[in-house]
Structures are given as C-alpha cells and as structure tokens.
Design a binder for this molecule. Structure first.
Ligand code: 6PG
Length: 250
C-alpha cells in the first residue's frame, strides 16, 4: 500500500529549490550507500532549472557524480540541440558543469523522426540498464516530476492514450492539443520508483494543485493524480504561491 503523500510547503521558490536539492543529495547518498549507484529520471519544463543549477553549484561537492545515472522521464520529440529539448536544458543547467561521466547520461534518441522508434529504443536502454525480465519495471531511486496547469505530469496529458499504458515502459504519446508526439515514461514506471518528488512553484499552479491534492477529480482529467507509487514514497515540494489554493496550509 503506498504511503500517504508528504506535502512540504516552502515559503519562497529559493527555499523550495534548496529543499529539493537537499532531497536529491539525501536520496543519492542513501542509494549509493545501499546499492552503489543512484538512478534518477529528470523532469523537464522550466521549474526544475533552478534545482539543476543548485545541484551543479551549491550541492556540487556533496554528490558522487560518478555513481549517478541520469535518465529523462519525458522528452519533447525534437533533436537534443533544439531549444525545447529537456536534454538540452539539463545539459546547459547542470550536466555540462559537473564531473559526471558521459556514459552515465542516457538521453532519449529524439533525433529519430519516428517517435515510436525513439520510445522503443529508450525502452530497450532501460531494460538493458536495469537488467529487466519481461513484465518487470525499472525501480528508479528518484523520479522528478512537474505539474502542468492542466494536471499533466511527465508527458501524460489529460485524455491521452498514454494514460492507459500498463505494459510498456516508454511510449510515444500523441498530444492533440500540442499537435505532436511526446516521449514519456508510462505510469507503471513512475509508480515503481523508490521515491517520486513533484516540484511545483508559482501562483499559476495554485488551482491545479488544489484540484489534484484536495478534490475528488478523475485521474483521466488530472494525470498527476494517478502518480501513486506502489511501495515508494511520494513527496510534493511546493512553494507558498503554488500552495495558496490549498484549504489548509500544510
Ligand atoms: C515537460 C515536463 C512537463 C513539466 C510540466 C510543468 O517536458 O514540459 O516534463 O511535465 O514538468 O509541464 O512545466 P513547468 O515546470 O515549465 O511549469
């Protein structure tokens, strides 16, 4: 049974990102101590940029970069050099500034114009890295997630086919309103993680955060609600602006 979500409200964005960096350092060092390595699936968009920057600066010396393995929980279907690329964003804000071995970084091969082939290739990468048998899901030490104003997370958007995926690890999810495929982990992969951390900042997320955390909404309409790690723990790291719509300050 998954544990109840842990909701931590930080006063300012700066405190939010500092708390998130502390969480990454804690989970990293725990994973390396217990299993010799740390595996993380990164989120994209704009919110996590400040976290990645902090990890590359203030937390740089607290992290065993050579024991850390980086993946992406979702990606836009654009080349890695494109301004919309989550890989490019993470490389610019963090990876290019730290001593992580290039072989520890597993980006999605989104230069391939065939989105389904990108998903299949990345799924094969996960199966090999985690040495998975058929039917098994990878157990990431940490999966970072954001929350879109429409309740999407990773690239699991409301009403998209990807929400129904129960077997695949990585899917090319057609997102009608964006008129594009988005590459994304399936829900079973997200829910298999040891730790899942949402990072939510800003007043523009207040309404959707209230809906996801406090209203009896359908996961089909608010996919973030479907993130319920089976035996991992779920943390919501939010700033006061994003929490301003919650009924009681946590
Ligand atoms: C992406 C993200 C996506 C993001 C949310 C929130 O590829 O855009 O993975 O799920 O986390 O859209 O984005 P912001 O942090 O930019 O608000």
């Amino acid at each position: 049974m998954s544990s109840a979500a842990d909701i931590r409200v930080l006063t300012t964005p700066q405190e939010l990102f500092a708390a998130a960096a502390e969480e990454v350092v804690h989970v990293t060092n725990e994973a390396v101590a217990e299993r010799g390595r740390f595996t993380i699936a990164l989120s994209g968009g704009s919110t996590p940029k400040s976290l990645y920057n902090l990890l590359a600066t203030n937390a740089r010396n607290a992290l065993p970069w050579d024991r850390m393995y980086f993946f992406w929980g979702d990606e836009r279907h654009v080349p890695p050099t494109h301004t919309d690329s989550n890989y490019r964003m993470v490389d610019e804000t963090m990876l290019s500034k730290v001593p992580v071995p290039p072989g520890n970084v597993y980006r999605m091969p989104t230069e391939n114009p065939d989105a389904a082939a990108v998903a299949e290739a990345y799924e094969a990468t996960l199966r090999k890295f985690f040495q998975l048998q058929l039917g098994q899901f990878p157990k990431f030490d940490l999966i970072l997630l954001g929350l879109g104003p429409d309740g999407h997370t990773a690239s699991l958007f409301p009403g998209t086919v990807g929400l129904q995926e129960k077997f695949r690890l990585v899917i090319a999810n057609w997102v009608e309103k964006l008129n594009t495929h988005r590459l994304t982990f399936s829900l079973p992969v997200i829910n298999a993680a040891r730790h899942v951390a949402f990072l939510v900042s800003g007043t523009d997320k207040a309404t959707v955060l209230h809906s996801v955390l406090e209203e009896n909404v359908l996961g089909e309409q608010y996919p973030a609600k479907l993130v319920q790690p089976a035996d991992g723990n779920l943390i919501w790291l939010v700033d006061r602006a994003a929490a301003s719509g919650l009924s009681q300050q946590k």
